[in-house]
Ligand binder design. Structure first.
Ligand code: C2E
Ligand code: MG
Ligand code: MG
Ligand code: MG
Length: 278
């Protein structure tokens, strides 16, 4: 916004920049406190099949700020990725999800999805760390799905692909998140040990009535089906969107139409209610 006002007023530009930077620095300090005080919570959102039955849940982190209330990951994850604080947050998320896993899986869910940032893959002990936590919480690797975005492949893609193969060998599920918005080309799909592909919500939005979105969605569904990759439509909000993706062979869906992300107890209630209706 500062840029759009033009270079005619240098003072405005630099004042805006300072305010923005100050906010970032403040947030970074508060985030450090949040890590120390574990001011995070995991919400869960069900992923449902064609019959509306829950098959999986995705863990979505929230920051419960002492004054500002819940802060969404869209606000602090990018900052945490830039500062490296994501490593500590990711550790907390992974452990919390594993500690909630027994109850969640007890309802009959197949898997729990966790979002992984590219930076996590750069730890020297990446695979070891994953293995240790699975052992500590007595979780079968097949009961976890790692969600990564295409941006994972922006740097050192050969190393990333090798690490994904190792995760797969351990038995974990791997899903590409926000598919279609990132950097990777379709040819990656052939080299990757991927089980799932989540079509980004920007394509699902009005998929039934927007030509561009329906063309992209149908294309992705066709390719995934040929490659035996399971598909999830993200951000399904309307009955028309649901009907459209199902008609074109989408396997699973996630979105406000079914259930918002919620704390563990609430999502467990929702799952049980849903199962009672089948
Ligand atoms: P994502 O992994 O693509 O998660 C889906 C996002 O879409 C979530 O936003 C979810 O609340 C939202 N959503 C679900 N259904 C609908 C719908 O019907 N309509 C709309 N408009 N939105 C819907 P959320 O929870 O704010 O998370 C945003 C992003 O933050 C996530 O996108 C993910 O990239 C990142 N994130 C969340 N938790 C973690 C985490 O533990 N680790 C990392 N690295 N990233 C995380
Ligand atoms: Mg995700
Ligand atoms: Mg997504
Ligand atoms: Mg997203």
């Amino acid at each position: 916004e500062a840029k759009r006002r033009g270079g005619s007023s240098y003072h405005w530009y630099s004042a805006d920049l300072d305010a923005g930077m100050q906010h970032q620095i403040e947030l970074r300090t508060q985030l450090q406190e949040a890590i120390q005080a574990e001011q995070f919570e995991l919400f869960y959102q069900p992923i449902v099949d064609v019959n509306g039955q829950p098959r999986a849940v995705e863990a979505l982190v929230r920051w419960r700020h002492p004054e500002k209330g819940y802060i969404s990951p869209g606000e602090f994850i990018p900052l945490a990725e830039a500062t490296g604080q994501i490593i500590a947050i990711a550790d907390w998320v992974f452990r919390q999800a594993c500690s909630d896993a027994e109850t969640l899986l007890g309802t009959g869910l197949e898997t729990i999805s966790i979002n992984f940032s590219p930076l996590q893959f750069y730890r020297d002990d990446f695979i070891e760390n994953v293995n240790d936590i699975l052992t500590e919480f007595a979780i079968q690797p097949g009961q976890l799905t790692i969600e990564i975005t295409e941006n994972v492949f922006m740097r050192d893609s050969n190393n990333m692909i090798a690490l994904l193969h190792k995760l797969r060998e351990l038995g974990l599920g791997i899903s590409i998140d926000d598919f279609g918005t990132g950097f990777a080309s379709l040819s990656y799909l052939n080299q990757l040990p991927v089980d799932g592909l989540k079509i980004d919500q920007s394509f699902i939005h009005n998929v039934d009535s927007t030509r561009r979105n329906s063309a992209i969605t149908r294309g992705v569904l066709a390719i995934a089906s040929e490659l035996d990759i399971r598909t999830v439509a993200e951000g399904v909000e309307t009955e028309a969107e649901r009907a459209y993706v199902l008609e074109h062979g989408c396997d699973l869906m996630q979105g406000y139409l079914f259930c918002h992300p919620q704390p563990l107890a609430e999502v467990l209630d929702w799952i049980k209610k849903q199962q009672a209706q089948s």
